[in-house]
Design a protein around this ligand. Structure first.
Ligand SMILES: [Zn+2]
Length: 259
């Protein structure tokens, strides 16, 4: 049976994610923003927490890790190059781990933070990507520690995974990201269609995730920096000729920071 997932709100706009193997009943949390909502989700589902996969060191992703480990005995995986509370297994690029009996590949994705990692499960039918604050629905994370070049490389790596990949982002930023995407590509019908759809969903308080890589390729401006119309818009903003995809990416990211 395929793995089951649950998404739920933590803090103000973080999502907690639980992933469960129906055969064993073992459950992993991807990041642990806050203890109470994760415990409530475990109680509601009856799932048993066995593992915590941490993507990066920010407090809104690690705040609940130590306490949840103490309470449940869960094993904590996290990036080797960052300070992660109660970490048992330190992970680096291309490491392969088995969690809940499922194989995962670790991708180093520096940019938002320097040691940020993503977890990818290459299922034939439903590949899963847990990418922390690197790739968002219709957007990407802020560059707190890394360079535009690093983030562009990281996003390009994730974008090369299969189109069917389900993308589990960690914040509900989709609608504001789409507002920006519409500004970048006012004539892209996929972007305006998604904007209308997510506007309705958010009015109903519906979670806009997970996304898919297919949808991100069509609507995420940060994955579309090689499109001539996106480059042209970046050039208009900077008043220069952004001759490389990295330069277009940097122009978009700087614009979005003030949008
Ligand atoms: Zn973060």
């Amino acid at each position: 049976m395929p793995a089951e997932t649950r998404l739920f709100l933590c803090r103000s706009d973080n999502y907690g994610v639980l992933l469960r193997d129906p055969d064993s009943g073992a459950t992993a949390a991807i990041d642990a923003p806050e203890v109470a909502p994760i415990e409530a989700a475990l109680k509601a589902t009856g799932w048993k927490l066995t593992d915590i996969l941490v993507t990066h060191h920010h407090a809104d992703h690690t705040g609940g890790v130590a306490e949840l480990k103490t309470v449940t005995g869960a094993k904590v995986y996290g990036p080797a190059n960052e300070k992660i509370p109660a970490r048992d297994v330190a992970l680096s690029d291309a490491d392969q781990i088995t969690v809940l009996g499922l194989p995962f590949v670790v991708h180093a994705v520096p940019g938002h933070t320097l040691g940020h990692i993503a977890f990818y499960h290459a299922d034939a039918q439903t590949p899963l990507l847990f990418c922390g604050d690197t790739l968002f629905a219709a957007g990407c994370g802020r560059l707190f520690e890394g360079t535009p070049e690093q983030m562009h490389d990281s996003l390009s790596r994730l974008a090369a995974l299969p189109e069917t990949t389900q993308v589990y982002c960690t914040h509900e930023y989709t609608l504001s990201n789409l507002r920006f995407a519409v500004a970048v590509e006012p004539n892209n019908p996929d972007v305006s269609g998604r904007f209308e759809q997510v506007t309705r969903w958010r009015e109903e308080n519906r979670i806009s995730l997970p996304s898919t890589l297919a949808l991100e390729h069509k609507t995420n401006p940060f994955l579309r920096v090689s499109e001539p119309s996106v480059k042209q818009k970046a050039d208009e903003r900077t008043g220069t000729d952004n001759t490389s995809p990295v330069a277009v990416f940097a122009a978009l990211r700087a614009w979005k920071d003030k949008f």
